[in-house]
Every structure is written in C-alpha cells, then in structure tokens.
Design a protein around this ligand. Structure first.
Ligand code: ATP
Length: 656
C-alpha cells in the first residue's frame, strides 16, 4: 500500500471563526483605496462559524452566493486576504499554523494550475519525488501508479495537461490530476474550493463520490466548498456546513438535514432536493430576510456552549521534505523537459537568439576585416547599442536584443505563477534560481556572432558569463530594459542625468554589461587593427599627434587606434560606457548583485504569496461580531471563554 492510514486519526476543528474587513462608512468596499484615506467601519463576512472534520470524512461547506464559503475556506487554509480572521483553528488540538499547514495540509483551488507541457504521470512523479524523497525509484513508481489508479487517471497518464492554447487533458481529468497532486504528499487534511465547478451533474456526482472514496482510502480529512449539489451528491456528504450571510444555518450529517428542517417548521417539500430547499430558505437575497434570520437563530440556539477540551496530540515526528540538492536536481530535470516542450520558456528564445544573431552577424560580415579603420565602428555597432545606422528600425544589436526578449520568460513566469504558488504553498520546494538556463541562452546568442563576425574565440567563455548574468538580471525586471538602454552611458554620460534619476544609470545592469563585454571583445582578444601609423616624436618629447597614432588614409574622426585599448579610449572620448581599463570583474559583480536583489525581491514576493495571516484567537477586544440580535447564543469572539491557539507541535505521519 502506498498510502497507509495515519498513525493516529486527525481531527480538524474550527470554532467561533469570524472574518472582519474594513469597508467605507457607507458600506461600499474599499477597492484599491487604502483604509487610512477614507472613513471606514468594520464588516464581518463570517461570524462565529464552527465545525469539525475527521480522518476519512468529507465536510461540504454550502450556502447561497455571497454566503462566505470562499472566505471561510481561504481563511482556514491560511490564504492571504483583505481582512482579519479570528477564531480557534486546530488540527488534533494544536493551533493550525503555516508550519502545520505546510507539513500536513494541501489545497486544490478552483482553477487548475498544472504544467501544460508535462504529462499527468510526469507531474505526479515530480510531486512525489519532492514531497517524499525517501522513496526509492520502484516505490516512487508504485506511489504514482497508486495515485493514478485512485483518481482514475491511468488511461490518460501519458497525456500532457495542456492549456488554453495546447490541447491536453479534459476538464474532469485536470480536476482529478489537481487532486492527485494535492494527495502526493499524503496530507492529513485537504482543502478544495468548488471541486465540481464547471462540471455537469454526472461529472459533479463522480467527483464527489471520488472525494469520499479518496478520503476513506487515504484516511484524510477533506473540507470543500460546493455551490448547488444534486440530491445524489448531497446525500453522499458525511457532514455539511450551511452558511447564510456569513453565519451557520446548519452543521451536521447531510442525512439529518431533512429531519432538522421539519423540526424547525421548514419541511422539505415532496420531490425536492433538501440542499436546494435549504439554500432557497437561507438566501436573504431572494427570501424574506426575517425568515433567514429566524433560521439562523434557530440553529444558533440549538448549539451547545463552546468546549475547551484538549485533543490528542500525536507524536513529535515531522515529515521530511526533499533537501536543497534534491529540489535543485528535480527542478533542473523538470525544466530540462520544459526546455524541449514549452516554447515560451527557453527553446523559442534559443531559436530566436540564434536567428537574430546570425542575421546581424551576416549584415555586419565586413566587420571581420581588421586591416582598416573603417570597420571598427560598425564592429562596435554589432556588439554595443547604437542609434547609428538604422535608428528608425530601432536597431539594437547583440547586447540589447537578448535582454529585451526577457519579456518572454517574464510572460511565462506570470502564466506559471499560479503553479509556483501551489507548489510553494504545499511546501514541496522553495523558490529556486534557474541560473543554468541563462548560460544556454547566452551561448545561443553569442556563438553565431563568434562564428560569422570572427570574434576572438578565446573570449567566448567570459562573454557567456557576462551575458548570462545580464539575462538573469533582465528576466527579473524586463520592464527595466528600456530604462537601462536609455541610461547605459551611450546616449548621455551619467553625470549629465539629474538626481535621483541618475541612480538608474548606476544600478541597472546594461551599462555594466556593455562596459565589460566591449572590454572582453576588444582588449582581451590580443588583436591589432590596421590603417594606423605610430606618431613620430621630436627631441623635446612633443608629439605630432596626441594619441600616439594617426591614420594616413582616414580623417581624425574615423581614426580609432591600433590596439584594443587605443580603440576603446577613442570610443570612450565620446561614449562614457566604454573604458580601456579592465573592469570586467567589477561589472560582473554589479550585474550579479542586481540580479540577486531582484531574485530576492521575487522570492520574498512568492513567500508572501505562500501564506496569509494565521487565524487569531478570539481575544482582541475590537472583535465583536455579535452585532445581530438574532445570534443571541453565539459566542462573542472577544469572550475570554475561548482558548487561544496552543503551542505548535508536529503530528504523527503516515508510514510510506
Ligand atoms: N474585501 C471585501 N470587502 C468587502 N466585502 C467583501 C470583500 N470580499 C468579499 N466580500 C463579500 O463577502 C461576501 C462573501 O464572499 P465569498 O466570496 O466568501 O462568498 P461565496 O459564498 O464564496 O460566494 P460564491 O458562491 O458566489 O462564490 C460577499 O458578499 C462578498 O461581496
């Protein structure tokens, strides 16, 4: 068996949960306006909602539109949100924190976030490798087979997931694969947001039946929201929590709802789905508001006062995730596959780079000649940015086109953000740097130029490094490309740019890439260039020419020098981005620093995405959601009668 029952059954419990947001004093939402800028008041989207779910059970949260189902699910799954959550949320009696979530819970969101170019089996293999690194290869394959079997995905295991552009798995198969991915880490608790959305009645019934059987089979507790279940689906729920206007209208076994409704004088009419009837009478938008209040009050009055008992704590064991080396290896393997299959990420860029570099090098093929001064400036054009020959066409050559195409991976990263978010939140890996791919791209960008335009091959390695650093930097901040271009020292010296805008001239990497790269090309190649003669000095040491050389066949404005250093000095006289001093190491350091800062910001942003606020215990004096007289026996979240969250302790894990 791949997924044995947990060492001890789990019980996920939430008591007196409330969720408070700030709205404008006239009741309208804040939108993007900061709360400090307008007069606000508190609004409770949830008030004193309590329920529990244990191993092997499915708790379905139902309610009319706007009842607070999503708010509750997101709050319990510790998702980031606009408001402040209150209440006691525990797993086996311990406060449900982000650490506990990462170790023992997983979520399946309404939108499937899958790698479009990987097959169902491949995605599961990576997920199992990352979340259960102790498994040997055969055990891993068995675990994947087990998940594919449990979710009915065997027949499509070799089909890629697909997306809006690329055909792949069907909607139902994608939903099941999302659930299988959540189960790959053997969670004790799974949150599902509207698992049946977008499915027809038969599909919805099949998914719910599957959830029930999966919950029993892997002994996990499942908490899901559901909109409008059919009678068959409803009858299959272990427990239902019905919300109305953010408050509980019923919580208990689905099978007992009919009896309960009869007991409060709201019997289910003949041939009517009990769920439909309940949702209809609990919907304040379409039913008499006083009836809805009455139903909520009836339920509230039947609830026992809150319990404060401690539950079983389990052992101190924590499931071990994959180490950094394994994470890096698995990600590299996955991205190697994506390199071949996903055109946006790498392969399309590689091809574009090769084609553009070839095209430009062929146009500039005459710059191979080193016997006259006239090809020196075009040679510089090929490498460095210029407003020269084709300004109208926006002619940016080797140094500039590659970073500009950083927009492509930025788009890809944006499209994949949802997947990264899921994987990070479920704790299967940490944000990683995809640095090696930058070297592949730099290579694709440079080799055609070296081959066609006869650049000195001995400098290829160093050029690849500086290009890879620059690509990494611009992948993080592609939108800064134009700013970098403007401020790279070619158009105007940084000293002429006013503060504080000048900071960009020093911070953005393009300037340092051009400075380093031109030095590598011109001064490290050990080549000399024709068309000059050395100056003759008289006895007093006064030269006939200030630069030490002159060009008999060219005007002084087209006379650059014999050695790389002389040529760079000539360029530097007009363009401050060039220098004949060897600053390559410093340039690389600046670019790397820029890339690292960007990656750090990106990692922090992703980390922020990983988790929202932990649910606060109901001890804050401001939290007083019992504003409705109808919820007379509901506990006030500010009441000291309710315990705060207990110290986080790990849980017993399953044996694999
Ligand atoms: N930031 C916010 N500020 C004010 N009100 C909000 C905010 N976010 C959500 N709401 C309101 O909270 C209520 C609950 O929203 P929620 O999305 O949880 O409902 P739901 O039951 O999931 O609805 P549906 O089934 O239509 O998805 C809604 O009335 C919604 O308009």
């Amino acid at each position: 068996m791949v997924v044995d029952a947990p060492a001890k059954p789990v019980r996920f419990e939430f008591k007196n949960c409330s969720y408070r947001v700030k709205v404008r004093s006239d009741g309208r939402g804040l939108g993007n306006t900061p709360a400090c800028c307008v007069k606000t008041k508190d609004r409770y989207l949830l008030r004193n909602v309590s329920a529990s779910v244990s191993s092997g059970e499915v708790l379905a949260v139902m309610g009319p539109s706007g009842a607070g189902k999503t708010t509750l699910l997101r709050m319990l799954a510790l998702e980031k949100g606009p408001g402040t959550p209150y209440g006691n949320v525990t797993l086996n009696g311990h406060a449900f924190t982000r650490t506990v979530y990462t170790a023992h819970a997983a979520s399946v969101e309404q939108e499937d976030s899958l790698w479009a170019f990987l097959t169902a089996r491949e995605q599961l293999e990576y997920a199992v490798r990352l979340s259960r690194p102790a498994l040997r290869s055969a055990e891993r394959a068995a675990a994947v087979d087990e998940l594919l079997g449990a979710l009915g995905l065997e027949s499509c295991q070799h089909t890629r997931a697909g997306n809006a552009l690329v055909r792949g798995l069907s909607g139902g198969q994608r939903r099941r694969l999302s659930l299988a991915l959540a189960l790959a880490k053997e969670p004790l608790l799974v949150f599902l947001d509207e698992p049946t959305s977008g499915l027809d009645a038969a599909g919805a019934a099949a998914v719910m039946a599957l959830l029930k059987s999966v919950a029993r089979r892997v002994n996990a507790a499942i908490l899901c929201t559901i909109h409008q279940p059919s009678s068959a689906v409803f009858a299959g729920f272990d427990k239902t929590l019905i919300l109305s206007g953010g408050r509980a209208a019923y919580c208990g076994p689905a099978s007992e709802l009919v009896g309960y409704l009869a007991s409060i004088g709201q019997p289910v009419p003949a041939n009517t789905n009990p769920a439909d009837h309940m949702l209809a009478i609990a919907n304040a938008d379409f039913t008499d508001a006083s009836l809805v209040e009455e139903i909520i009050a009836q339920w509230s009055s039947k609830q026992p006062p809150p319990q404060t008992e401690e539950a079983d704590c389990g052992s101190e064991q924590q499931p071990a995730g994959a180490g950094v080396a394994t994470q890096f290896g698995v990600l590299l393997h996955k991205h190697g596959r994506l390199l071949l299959r996903d055109p946006i990420m790498y392969s399309a860029r590689c091809v574009i780079f090769v084609v553009i570099s070839l095209f430009l090098s062929i146009i500039y093929i005459d710059t191979r000649r080193r016997d006259s001064q006239e090809q020196l400036f075009p040679r510089l054009f090929l490498e460095a940015p210029t407003m020269g020959a084709l300004p109208a066409a926006g002619a940016w050559w080797i140094s500039n086109i590659a970073p500009a195409l950083g927009l492509l991976p930025l788009l890809a990263q944006f499209l994949d953000l949802q997947i990264l978010r899921r994987e990070l939140r479920d704790g299967i890996y940490h944000p990683a740097v995809y640095a090696p791919m930058m070297f592949v791209l730099a290579f694709a960008n440079l080799v055609p130029v070296y081959a066609v335009a006869d650049w000195p091959w001995e400098t290829l390695g160093l050029q690849c490094v500086i290009f890879a650093f620059t690509l990494a930097a611009f992948d993080c901040l592609a939108q800064a490309w134009f700013l970098g271009l403007l401020m790279n020292g070619f158009m105007m010296p940084p000293e002429d740019i006013i503060w504080p805008i000048r900071i960009f001239a020093y911070a953005l990497p393009l300037r340092w890439q051009i400075q380093g790269s031109t030095y590598i090309l011109w001064a490290m190649g050990d080549h000399t260039y024709g068309g000059t003669e050395r100056c003759v000095f008289n006895a007093t040491g006064e030269g006939e020419c200030s630069q030490g050389f002159f060009c008999p066949d060219a005007p002084p404005t087209s006379c650059y020098g014999e050695t790389g250093e002389e040529i760079l000095d000539s360029f530097a006289a007009n363009y401050s981005c060039f220098t004949s001093e060897n600053t390559v190491a410093l340039c690389m350091l600046y670019i790397l620093l820029f890339a690292l800062v960007c990656k750090l910001v990106y990692a922090l942003a992703l980390s922020a995405v990983r988790g929202g606020k932990m649910v606060k215990p109901p001890t804050t004096p401001r939290a007083s959601p019992t504003t409705s007289p109808s919820v007379s026996r509901s506990a006030d979240p500010s009441s000291p009668a309710h315990p705060g969250p207990r110290r986080v302790q790990p849980f017993a894990t399953r044996q694999s």
